[in-house]
Design a protein around this ligand. Structure first.
Ligand SMILES: Cc1cc2nc3c(=O)[nH]c(=O)nc-3n(C[C@H](O)[C@H](O)[C@H](O)COP(=O)(O)OP(=O)(O)OC[C@H]3O[C@@H](n4cnc5c(N)ncnc54)[C@H](O)[C@@H]3O)c2cc1C
Length: 386
């Protein structure tokens, strides 16, 4: 399999690389320090078409695919992960469920604004009592036959992009009945922002991703039309497994970008910083550390591009997506730790990008399936779990 980029993808990569350096890098540190959502940067990303990358042109998308999305995420995360996760969650979690499983009306109503980045969508799966065991959803939705509306009750936690000024909807998973064997039947339902009874809490105080929006949501007798069901009733569990499989490739691309950003910053710093009368990069201990960091970023890139190529070709990609997510998030944490070490005391100062990368790396081993969950998926694909 050839993982070199086509001329079109290379052009996209270069465009996003320039944007990340010229527009994101000079501004994002201040947004991060203030824990503020970077509306002006997100608006610009929308104008560039990044939120529409993998969607068809008829719905306002760019007609690309997951490879194109991964390229953009990697280049953004080389500079900053808050803007990268805003794009990842907006596309993979906000818009993709509607594109893959929505009705024609739902696509026409929501996708053009989501693709333009004028509106953000969110995906509410995780609940306070459990994220990895997503089948244990407690939020319920009951169809009221008199009004033909879903009545939703429950809560969700850690939901990305769910409380910005431009958030338009959250697709939530809820128990809508029981299967004959007593197991819950889970469905996905669109809840537009501002629906009465739908409360969005204040942003969390987080270790990292501080310029990205993450909130707790609660639903108290929230009523939405029956037509807001996404896909078939009871298919919500299968749908979100598919969404998460794809999302893992996007997170792997993002993690690769962070790992590469650590190399970029370390090479620069190792040449500039002098100790004992010469650049610290003249020491083989530093050279070897950076060489290992580059090896890890390169291998992570091959892993996510392999998974993305399989997805785009319509081939099975579950195991490769889990491998890519597990590997890239592990090396992102490794590289962030090593880059901080290479920067010495300055690496602990927030004005240096590697300090932000260190804080932003840990969540990559947790979000969209923890490293343990990736190992469970890989073991299952290897036939080790019955
Ligand atoms: C900043 C941020 C943004 C997020 N954005 C979203 C979002 O947009 N939408 C959304 O739905 N969710 C979102 N999440 C939630 C995220 O996906 C979950 O936190 C994650 O899936 C883990 O779930 P949990 O936190 O409930 O941990 P738990 O499931 O409680 O797990 C706790 C620990 O136990 C381990 N564990 C659990 N079961 C097993 C097992 N069987 N074997 C071995 N180890 C096990 C886990 O790996 C983990 O280490 C976000 C989280 C964060 C922090």
């Amino acid at each position: 399999m050839d993982h070199r980029l086509s001329p079109e993808l290379e052009e996209l990569r270069r465009t996003v690389e320039e944007f990340a350096h010229d527009v994101v890098a000079p501004k994002i540190g201040d947004f991060y320090e203030r824990h503020e959502f970077p509306y002006e940067i997100v608006r610009e990303m929308g104008r560039m078409g990044l939120f529409g990358l993998p969607f068809p042109e008829e719905y306002g998308g760019m007609g690309g695919d997951y490879l194109a999305l991964g390229i953009a995420l990697e280049e953004l995360a080389r500079v900053d992960s808050s803007v990268a996760i805003t794009l990842e969650a907006g596309v993979s979690l906000g818009a993709m469920p509607l594109h893959l499983f929505g009705t024609e009306e739902q696509k026409r109503e929501w996708l053009p604004r989501l693709c333009a980045g004028e509106m953000l969508g969110a995906f509410g799966l995780t609940e306070p009592d459990g994220g990895s065991d997503a089948g244990a959803t407690r939020t319920t939705a009951r169809l009221d036959p008199e009004t033909d509306e879903w009545v939703i009750n429950g809560s969700k936690c850690f939901i990305t992009n769910s409380g910005t000024d431009i958030t338009g909807l959250v697709t939530v998973t809820a128990v809508t009945g029981r299967k004959p064997d007593g197991r819950p039947q889970i469905s996905a339902i669109i809840v537009p922002s501002g629906t009465p009874g739908f409360t969005v809490a204040a942003p969390y105080s987080k270790v990292g991703w501080n310029a990205s929006d993450t909130r707790e949501l609660s639903f108290a007798d929230v009523r939405v039309p029956a037509a807001n069901l996404v896909g078939e009733e009871g298919r919500g569990y299968a749908q979100f497994l598919r969404i998460l499989d794809e999302g893992r490739i996007a997170i792997a691309a993002l993690a690769t970008g962070l790992a590469q950003g650590c190399v970029d910053e370390s090479v620069k710093y190792a040449k500039e910083r002098h100790a004992f009368g010469r650049p610290i990069g003249a020491n083989q201990a530093i050279q070897f550390k950076i060489a290992d960091m580059e090896m890890k970023a390169h291998t992570a890139r091959l892993a996510w591009r392999d998974a993305a190529s399989r997805l785009v070709a319509g081939e099975p990609f579950k195991k490769e997506a889990a491998l890519a997510k597990l590997y890239s998030s592990t090396v992102a944490v490794d590289n962030a730790r090593d880059a901080t070490q290479i920067h010495g005391g300055y690496g602990f100062m927030n004005e240096y990008p590697v300090a932000r990368m260190w804080r932003d790396s840990k969540i990559l081993e947790i979000g969209e399936g923890t490293s343990e969950v990736q190992r469970m998926l890989i073991a299952r694909e290897l036939g080790l779990v019955s």
